[in-house]
Design a protein around this ligand. Sequence first.
Ligand SMILES: NC(=O)c1ccc[n+]([C@@H]2O[C@H](COP(=O)([O-])OP(=O)(O)OC[C@H]3O[C@@H](n4cnc5c(N)ncnc54)[C@H](OP(=O)(O)O)[C@@H]3O)[C@@H](O)[C@H]2O)c1
Length: 271
Amino acid sequence: MNLELHGKTVLVAASSEGLGFATAQAALQEGSRVWIGSRDANKVTEALSRLRNNQSGEQKQNKEVQVDGYPLDVTRADSIATWVAEARSRYGEAIDALVVNSGGPPPGLFADFDDQAWQGAFELLLLSAVRLVRACLPGLAVRGGAALIVSSTSVTEPIEGLILSNALRSATVAMAKTLSRELAPRGIRINCLAPGRFATGRVERIDAAAAERMHCSPEEARRKAEAAIPLGRYGTTEEFGRTACFLISPAASYMTGQLVTIDGGMTRGTW
Ligand SMILES: NC(=O)c1ccc[n+]([C@@H]2O[C@H](COP(=O)([O-])OP(=O)(O)OC[C@H]3O[C@@H](n4cnc5c(N)ncnc54)[C@H](OP(=O)(O)O)[C@@H]3O)[C@@H](O)[C@H]2O)c1
């Protein structure tokens, strides 16, 4: 299938590693002009060289297929404004796709968090999505683009010990669903993609913490987590990137307001 992403401008937030990086990589492979960003400028530079090194010789020659980036902290309005303005000055007014992503909020129980922690999670997961979409709307309206919010299976099946993620990500999905109806007449789509467990640095850290609690090795903790997944393994970041690219692409032109789950069958609910 041709995703028709060739020459399209794709902005991916929080993309120096993990799921965001894999999405940027997949879009680049599809021939898009990709814009990345995350808080640490060195990590952005390293990610850019990895992305460029992975390009084929033919792609490197093609001026339409490019990748560049700029530091971005999705919790700061000024940083989002600068990141989007820099993308525009590099690639022009039109934005064909925006991928909203961030780091995850800290794990913990209700009793662990004060107002400041809740405020931080609100800014990280909900307000960042509001601000990123708002900043990109003029660009998305030029040719009728798509936004995709990276979510979690915690919105359909709350995960124990992740109360901040469970609560705020659900609010973000509700915002996206509502917004999808407002944006549809302008030809702009918005969807959410909910990963289960993918092999990223974040999940490695989660497995290491679980291993300490269970007095076993991180490998053993991972095997136990994988045993709860019907497909029997964590997803690869490439699998996530490909699905994300489908959802932002014209190939998904009739999909909007949807929460798509990608979890190897892990969640048990029918809906
Ligand atoms: N991996 C999974 O299986 C899984 C499952 C469910 C949900 N999720 C969620 O999906 C998102 C991505 O997960 P991941 O596993 O790819 O995480 P990761 O491996 O920790 O990577 C996170 C990326 O986001 C950047 N980042 C973190 N905070 C940021 C901020 N405030 N502003 C801009 N960039 C920021 C990081 O770079 P810097 O350090 O340079 O900022 C890094 O590039 C997270 O919200 C996570 O909770 C992941």
